[in-house]
Design a protein around this ligand. Structure first.
Ligand code: AMP
Ligand code: MG
Length: 417
């Protein structure tokens, strides 16, 4: 059950608009993570959410092995001041040398090869001089040098991947190095979405006057595709309460989350709130942020509902700030909020007090200094300033002016390596 929220938010811009952080906490508190799991071969778990803590059944490495191509010795067996040795054998990766090492002898070892049983140091090949079958070693040797110890990466019974982590390429490496073939992952939540608006036509139709192509459904598809969810594109609904009710009803029968765009504000053709009031409940519908002030959150039967604004930039911002967190919680992903960094703005910036503002920006590093510039016009209909951006510039509610050269908070879109 969704909690009833008191109208606690007061701000000078819109007294009914809910504070951003309160809205996030409210949404997260109201969402109950799904419990079902499925067992999959590890390759198919990429991007999926781990269902249980995963324990190591082996040590990694599983045997002492050489970190270098070189020569293995036993430091104690080396006679005083005699650092001239004879090569007695070779240990290759996958082909160990099984005899014991005798005095004044050395075994050639390759990277990854088993360290012969009574050896305790490896000397790099490049440090050894060979003359007449004698090997001349450096005199300073340290115990265990160039030896990778049993369990130095993973110890048997360590938890190597925690429940709620999203499997990436490194996890696949860990799982395969432990000989794990299959794991349990959380079932994918089902997310249905549709656009609303009498003006919207599909991209395979000719445009007539006053009509526009529906871009929000493609944007939402792109955003959802990055998450471990089942996507149900439910098309477009006209601005008509009856149509909306019918569509929302049918979505609620098969979705964990329903997302709509448009029709959520106070215009004459905005029917989302009315439809939602008749079908389920609305917890709130205004948030003190720009872009994205009208954002409805509620429930229809067992489905959580997000009514995003129609302007494409507002739809993206509200999806990223609120819907992503909701989906992650539902999908069982461990909580990870966005990373914020500081940068110097190369523009004068201004905004109204009383709401948080997300401007689209372009972040760069010049001579190790973090800089950010606005990436174009900031209207919530201007999609190009979003497609040219690589970050948001987040300006706090109480800020009204920022001067060129001042520090601002930046949220990078994707952190690449
Ligand atoms: P609304 O929130 O319905 O008042 O819409 C706000 C603005 O966003 C209007 O200019 C709409 O035409 C536009 N809009 C609404 N839905 C979409 C959509 N699916 N694709 C592109 N623009 C849209
Ligand atoms: Mg509309």
């Amino acid at each position: 059950m969704t909690k009833k929220l008191k109208n606690t938010c007061v701000n000078e811009f819109d007294p009914d608009a809910l504070d951003e952080e309160k809205a996030i906490n409210f949404i997260l508190d109201s969402i109950i993570s799904k419990k079902n799991k499925e067992r999959l071969p590890i390759k198919e778990t990429l991007g999926r959410v781990v269902g249980n803590d995963i324990k190591a059944k082996l040590n990694i490495p599983n045997f002492n092995n050489s970190a270098m191509d070189g020569y293995a010795v036993n430091i104690k067996l080396l006679k005083k001041n005699n650092y001239i040795l004879q090569k007695k054998g070779i240990s290759l990766a996958g082909q160990p040398y099984s005899k014991k090492l005798s005095a004044n002898a050395t075994i050639k070892v390759m990277t990854g090869a088993v360290i012969p049983s009574n050896c305790d140091a490896v000397i790099m090949k490049e440090m050894v001089d060979i003359k007449n079958n004698n090997l001349y070693f450096p005199k300073i040797l340290e115990k265990n040098q160039n030896i990778r110890e049993i369990g130095e990466d993973i110890k048997k019974n360590d938890i190597v991947i925690k429940k709620g982590e999203v499997i990436n390429h490194s996890h696949l490496g860990i799982l395969s190095s432990l000989g794990i073939k299959e794991i349990d992952v959380m079932a994918k939540p089902i997310i249905s979405f549709f656009s609303t608006g009498d003006e919207l036509v599909s991209i395979d139709t000719k445009l007539s006057k006053g009509m526009i192509y529906d871009s929000n459904r493609y944007i939402l598809y792109g955003l959802l595709k990055k998450l471990p969810v089942i996507i149900k594109d439910m098309g477009v609904a006209k601005d008509n309460e009856k149509t909306l009710i019918k569509k929302l009803m049918s979505c609620s029968q098969k979705s964990d989350i329903i997302i709509t765009t448009g029709g959520v504000s106070v215009g004459d053709a905005d029917y989302i709130k009315d439809a939602l009031n008749k079908l389920g409940n609305i917890s709130f519908w205004k948030i003190a942020i720009k872009p994205g002030r009208p954002l409805a959150y509620g429930k229809i039967n067992k489905s959580y509902f997000f009514g995003l604004p129609g302007n494409p930039v507002s739809a993206v911002v509200t999806f990223q700030l609120f819907v992503t967190l909701a989906i992650e919680k539902l999908a069982g992903i461990r909580e990870n909020r966005y990373i914020k960094i500081e940068a110097i703005t190369t523009n004068n910036l201004s905004k109204k007090r009383g709401r948080v503002e997300y401007k689209r920006g372009y972040f760069s590093q010049v001579n190790n200094v973090n800089l950010v510039s606005v990436s174009g016009q900031q209207g919530s209909n201007i999609l190009t300033s979003l497609s040219n951006a690589n970050c948001y510039i987040r300006l706090d509610s109480n800020v009204s002016k920022v001067k060129k050269g001042d520090k601002v908070t930046v949220i990078p879109f994707d952190i690449k390596i």
